[in-house]
Ligand binder design. Structure first.
Ligand SMILES: [Fe+2]
Ligand SMILES: [Fe+2]
Length: 296
Protein backbone atom coordinates (compact mmCIF):
# COMPACT_ATOMS: atom_id res chain seq x y z
CA UNK A 1 0.00 0.00 0.00
CA UNK A 2 1.46 3.36 -0.92
CA UNK A 3 1.15 6.35 1.42
CA UNK A 4 -1.24 9.07 0.21
CA UNK A 5 0.57 11.98 -1.43
CA UNK A 6 0.52 15.20 0.58
CA UNK A 7 -1.63 17.84 -1.06
CA UNK A 8 -0.03 21.28 -1.31
CA UNK A 9 -2.72 23.94 -0.66
CA UNK A 10 -3.49 26.33 -3.55
CA UNK A 11 -2.26 29.43 -1.74
CA UNK A 12 1.28 28.02 -1.37
CA UNK A 13 3.83 29.76 -3.56
CA UNK A 14 6.96 28.48 -5.27
CA UNK A 15 10.19 29.62 -3.64
CA UNK A 16 11.80 31.43 -6.55
CA UNK A 17 14.43 34.12 -6.09
CA UNK A 18 16.81 36.02 -8.31
CA UNK A 19 18.68 39.28 -8.81
CA UNK A 20 17.61 42.43 -10.67
CA UNK A 21 21.18 43.40 -11.67
CA UNK A 22 22.44 46.91 -12.39
CA UNK A 23 23.30 49.56 -9.77
CA UNK A 24 21.52 47.69 -6.95
CA UNK A 25 23.59 44.61 -7.53
CA UNK A 26 26.78 46.67 -7.77
CA UNK A 27 26.10 48.22 -4.35
CA UNK A 28 25.30 44.81 -2.91
CA UNK A 29 28.50 43.29 -4.35
CA UNK A 30 30.53 46.16 -2.92
CA UNK A 31 28.95 45.67 0.51
CA UNK A 32 29.48 41.91 0.54
CA UNK A 33 32.48 41.05 -1.69
CA UNK A 34 32.92 37.69 0.03
CA UNK A 35 30.20 36.14 -2.13
CA UNK A 36 32.19 36.47 -5.35
CA UNK A 37 35.39 35.48 -3.55
CA UNK A 38 34.07 31.95 -2.80
CA UNK A 39 35.81 29.08 -4.68
CA UNK A 40 32.89 28.62 -7.07
CA UNK A 41 33.18 25.89 -9.68
CA UNK A 42 35.49 23.65 -7.66
CA UNK A 43 33.15 20.73 -6.88
CA UNK A 44 33.73 17.70 -9.09
CA UNK A 45 30.22 16.29 -9.31
CA UNK A 46 31.46 13.19 -11.11
CA UNK A 47 32.92 12.03 -7.78
CA UNK A 48 29.44 11.65 -6.26
CA UNK A 49 26.61 9.25 -6.98
CA UNK A 50 23.45 10.76 -8.44
CA UNK A 51 21.52 10.03 -5.26
CA UNK A 52 23.96 12.13 -3.21
CA UNK A 53 23.73 15.01 -5.68
CA UNK A 54 19.93 14.84 -5.70
CA UNK A 55 19.93 14.89 -1.94
CA UNK A 56 22.34 17.83 -1.90
CA UNK A 57 20.03 19.77 -4.21
CA UNK A 58 17.16 19.17 -1.79
CA UNK A 59 19.21 19.97 1.31
CA UNK A 60 20.66 23.20 -0.04
CA UNK A 61 17.39 24.36 -1.62
CA UNK A 62 15.82 23.92 1.81
CA UNK A 63 18.80 25.71 3.39
CA UNK A 64 18.32 28.67 1.04
CA UNK A 65 14.66 28.82 2.01
CA UNK A 66 15.45 28.60 5.74
CA UNK A 67 17.88 31.50 5.35
CA UNK A 68 15.23 33.46 3.45
CA UNK A 69 12.66 32.78 6.15
CA UNK A 70 15.12 33.80 8.86
CA UNK A 71 15.81 37.03 6.95
CA UNK A 72 12.10 37.83 6.98
CA UNK A 73 11.87 37.01 10.71
CA UNK A 74 14.93 39.17 11.47
CA UNK A 75 13.29 42.04 9.57
CA UNK A 76 10.09 41.69 11.57
CA UNK A 77 12.07 41.59 14.82
CA UNK A 78 13.92 44.74 13.74
CA UNK A 79 10.63 46.53 13.14
CA UNK A 80 9.51 45.59 16.67
CA UNK A 81 12.81 46.79 18.16
CA UNK A 82 12.14 50.20 16.60
CA UNK A 83 8.54 50.11 17.86
CA UNK A 84 9.62 49.70 21.49
CA UNK A 85 12.51 52.18 21.27
CA UNK A 86 15.13 49.57 22.03
CA UNK A 87 18.65 50.90 22.67
CA UNK A 88 20.21 52.19 19.48
CA UNK A 89 23.24 49.91 19.70
CA UNK A 90 20.93 46.89 19.90
CA UNK A 91 18.99 48.13 16.87
CA UNK A 92 22.22 48.89 15.03
CA UNK A 93 23.51 45.35 15.51
CA UNK A 94 20.16 43.92 14.37
CA UNK A 95 20.12 46.01 11.17
CA UNK A 96 22.96 43.91 9.76
CA UNK A 97 21.12 40.63 10.18
CA UNK A 98 18.65 40.81 7.26
CA UNK A 99 21.56 41.53 4.89
CA UNK A 100 23.54 38.65 6.40
CA UNK A 101 20.60 36.34 5.74
CA UNK A 102 20.25 37.60 2.16
CA UNK A 103 23.93 36.78 1.65
CA UNK A 104 23.32 33.30 3.07
CA UNK A 105 20.35 32.82 0.73
CA UNK A 106 22.55 33.69 -2.22
CA UNK A 107 25.39 31.43 -1.06
CA UNK A 108 23.04 28.46 -0.70
CA UNK A 109 21.27 29.36 -3.96
CA UNK A 110 24.47 29.57 -5.98
CA UNK A 111 25.64 26.29 -4.53
CA UNK A 112 22.35 24.69 -5.57
CA UNK A 113 22.86 26.04 -9.08
CA UNK A 114 26.29 24.38 -9.19
CA UNK A 115 24.74 21.13 -8.05
CA UNK A 116 22.33 21.14 -10.98
CA UNK A 117 19.56 23.50 -9.90
CA UNK A 118 16.99 23.94 -7.16
CA UNK A 119 14.35 21.39 -6.29
CA UNK A 120 10.79 22.68 -6.33
CA UNK A 121 9.83 24.04 -2.94
CA UNK A 122 6.37 25.45 -2.22
CA UNK A 123 5.60 27.32 0.99
CA UNK A 124 2.85 29.20 2.75
CA UNK A 125 3.74 32.92 2.47
CA UNK A 126 1.44 33.69 5.41
CA UNK A 127 3.62 31.50 7.65
CA UNK A 128 6.92 33.03 6.60
CA UNK A 129 7.29 34.81 9.95
CA UNK A 130 5.95 34.03 13.45
CA UNK A 131 2.43 35.29 14.01
CA UNK A 132 2.11 37.57 17.02
CA UNK A 133 -1.02 38.63 18.90
CA UNK A 134 -1.53 42.35 18.16
CA UNK A 135 -3.53 42.80 21.38
CA UNK A 136 -0.43 42.07 23.46
CA UNK A 137 1.69 44.87 24.90
CA UNK A 138 4.25 46.01 22.25
CA UNK A 139 7.24 45.18 24.46
CA UNK A 140 5.86 41.69 25.06
CA UNK A 141 5.29 41.18 21.33
CA UNK A 142 8.84 42.30 20.69
CA UNK A 143 10.16 39.96 23.38
CA UNK A 144 8.16 37.07 21.95
CA UNK A 145 9.68 37.42 18.51
CA UNK A 146 13.14 37.90 20.00
CA UNK A 147 12.62 34.76 22.08
CA UNK A 148 11.37 32.66 19.18
CA UNK A 149 13.74 33.86 16.47
CA UNK A 150 16.92 34.68 18.35
CA UNK A 151 17.00 33.07 21.82
CA UNK A 152 15.92 29.70 20.41
CA UNK A 153 16.17 29.52 16.59
CA UNK A 154 19.34 31.45 15.92
CA UNK A 155 21.06 30.48 19.19
CA UNK A 156 20.62 26.73 18.69
CA UNK A 157 21.79 26.82 15.08
CA UNK A 158 25.25 28.21 15.83
CA UNK A 159 26.92 25.12 17.39
CA UNK A 160 25.17 22.95 14.78
CA UNK A 161 26.45 25.10 11.93
CA UNK A 162 29.92 25.15 13.44
CA UNK A 163 29.94 21.34 13.55
CA UNK A 164 28.68 21.18 9.94
CA UNK A 165 31.53 23.48 8.94
CA UNK A 166 34.05 21.31 10.81
CA UNK A 167 32.76 18.21 9.00
CA UNK A 168 32.79 19.76 5.56
CA UNK A 169 35.78 18.83 3.45
CA UNK A 170 35.27 20.40 0.04
CA UNK A 171 36.72 23.94 -0.18
CA UNK A 172 33.48 25.49 -1.48
CA UNK A 173 31.37 23.93 1.30
CA UNK A 174 33.93 24.97 3.92
CA UNK A 175 33.96 28.53 2.58
CA UNK A 176 30.16 28.82 2.51
CA UNK A 177 29.60 27.26 5.92
CA UNK A 178 32.53 29.22 7.36
CA UNK A 179 31.01 32.49 6.16
CA UNK A 180 27.62 31.60 7.59
CA UNK A 181 29.14 30.54 10.94
CA UNK A 182 31.05 33.83 11.12
CA UNK A 183 27.92 35.94 10.53
CA UNK A 184 25.67 33.87 12.77
CA UNK A 185 27.91 34.14 15.83
CA UNK A 186 26.32 37.48 16.72
CA UNK A 187 22.80 36.48 15.65
CA UNK A 188 22.73 33.90 18.42
CA UNK A 189 23.50 36.45 21.11
CA UNK A 190 21.18 39.33 20.29
CA UNK A 191 18.14 37.76 21.96
CA UNK A 192 19.96 37.48 25.27
CA UNK A 193 21.25 41.05 25.07
CA UNK A 194 17.65 42.07 24.51
CA UNK A 195 16.53 40.16 27.63
CA UNK A 196 19.37 41.78 29.59
CA UNK A 197 17.92 45.13 28.57
CA UNK A 198 14.23 44.55 29.34
CA UNK A 199 13.78 41.11 30.92
CA UNK A 200 13.04 42.61 34.34
CA UNK A 201 10.15 44.65 32.94
CA UNK A 202 7.86 41.61 32.65
CA UNK A 203 5.48 40.40 35.34
CA UNK A 204 4.93 36.73 36.16
CA UNK A 205 2.22 36.23 33.52
CA UNK A 206 4.32 37.88 30.82
CA UNK A 207 7.36 35.81 31.77
CA UNK A 208 5.18 32.69 31.56
CA UNK A 209 4.03 33.81 28.10
CA UNK A 210 7.65 34.11 26.96
CA UNK A 211 8.54 30.74 28.48
CA UNK A 212 5.65 29.19 26.52
CA UNK A 213 6.91 30.80 23.32
CA UNK A 214 10.39 29.36 23.97
CA UNK A 215 8.90 25.97 24.78
CA UNK A 216 6.89 26.07 21.58
CA UNK A 217 10.00 26.70 19.48
CA UNK A 218 12.05 24.11 21.40
CA UNK A 219 9.20 21.60 20.93
CA UNK A 220 9.37 22.06 17.15
CA UNK A 221 13.11 21.34 17.22
CA UNK A 222 12.75 18.26 19.42
CA UNK A 223 9.98 16.95 17.20
CA UNK A 224 12.14 17.24 14.11
CA UNK A 225 15.14 15.64 15.80
CA UNK A 226 12.98 12.81 17.16
CA UNK A 227 12.32 11.68 13.61
CA UNK A 228 15.98 10.76 13.34
CA UNK A 229 15.93 8.98 16.68
CA UNK A 230 13.02 6.92 15.33
CA UNK A 231 14.17 6.02 11.82
CA UNK A 232 10.84 4.30 11.11
CA UNK A 233 9.32 7.76 10.84
CA UNK A 234 11.52 8.22 7.80
CA UNK A 235 12.75 11.79 8.11
CA UNK A 236 14.76 13.28 5.30
CA UNK A 237 17.74 15.52 5.88
CA UNK A 238 16.00 18.52 4.43
CA UNK A 239 13.12 18.31 6.87
CA UNK A 240 15.19 19.37 9.85
CA UNK A 241 14.95 23.10 10.52
CA UNK A 242 18.24 24.85 10.88
CA UNK A 243 20.24 21.82 9.80
CA UNK A 244 22.55 21.98 6.86
CA UNK A 245 21.70 18.41 6.20
CA UNK A 246 22.63 15.17 7.82
CA UNK A 247 22.94 11.67 6.53
CA UNK A 248 21.46 8.47 7.84
CA UNK A 249 23.47 5.96 5.83
CA UNK A 250 24.98 5.22 2.47
CA UNK A 251 27.21 8.25 2.09
CA UNK A 252 30.37 6.25 1.49
CA UNK A 253 31.47 8.57 -1.28
CA UNK A 254 31.31 11.48 1.14
CA UNK A 255 28.64 14.08 1.73
CA UNK A 256 27.89 17.45 0.23
CA UNK A 257 27.49 19.37 3.44
CA UNK A 258 25.70 17.14 5.91
CA UNK A 259 26.70 15.35 9.10
CA UNK A 260 26.18 11.70 10.10
CA UNK A 261 23.14 11.32 12.35
CA UNK A 262 25.27 9.96 15.21
CA UNK A 263 27.22 13.23 15.16
CA UNK A 264 24.31 15.51 14.37
CA UNK A 265 21.92 14.48 17.14
CA UNK A 266 24.31 14.81 20.12
CA UNK A 267 25.53 18.11 18.68
CA UNK A 268 21.97 19.39 18.35
CA UNK A 269 20.91 18.34 21.87
CA UNK A 270 24.09 19.81 23.36
CA UNK A 271 23.45 23.03 21.45
CA UNK A 272 19.98 23.23 22.96
CA UNK A 273 21.37 22.81 26.47
CA UNK A 274 24.36 25.13 26.13
CA UNK A 275 23.26 27.82 23.70
CA UNK A 276 19.54 28.08 24.55
CA UNK A 277 18.54 26.65 27.91
CA UNK A 278 21.54 27.77 29.93
CA UNK A 279 21.45 31.45 28.90
CA UNK A 280 17.67 31.49 29.38
CA UNK A 281 17.93 29.92 32.85
CA UNK A 282 20.67 32.42 33.73
CA UNK A 283 18.10 35.13 33.03
CA UNK A 284 15.32 33.49 35.03
CA UNK A 285 13.39 32.03 32.07
CA UNK A 286 12.71 28.30 32.28
CA UNK A 287 10.88 26.96 29.21
CA UNK A 288 10.79 23.47 30.79
CA UNK A 289 8.18 24.56 33.33
CA UNK A 290 5.95 26.25 30.73
CA UNK A 291 2.57 24.80 29.85
CA UNK A 292 2.47 23.65 26.24
CA UNK A 293 0.68 25.97 23.84
CA UNK A 294 -2.67 24.38 22.86
CA UNK A 295 -2.46 22.76 19.46
CA UNK A 296 1.34 22.39 19.58
FE1 LIG B 1 21.74 32.70 8.21
FE1 LIG C 1 20.98 34.21 11.29
Amino acid sequence: MTAPKLQVPDHFEAFDIGLLGGPGEQLYRKARPEIDAMPWGTIDLSAFPETTIARARRVWTMAAFQEYRTGAACSLALQHLFRVQAPLDLIAVATRFPLDEVVHVELCGRLVAELGGAMELRHDPASLVPRLKPELDPLLQCAEIMMRVFCVGEAVSIPILRASWQHAELPLLRAILGRIVKDEAVHGQLGFWFLDWCGDAFDADERAHLERAARDEIGKLLQSWARFETPALGAEADEVPGAFGLSDAGDDAGTLGWMPVDVYLPTAHQALDDAVLKPLLDRGFDPRRAEPIPGH
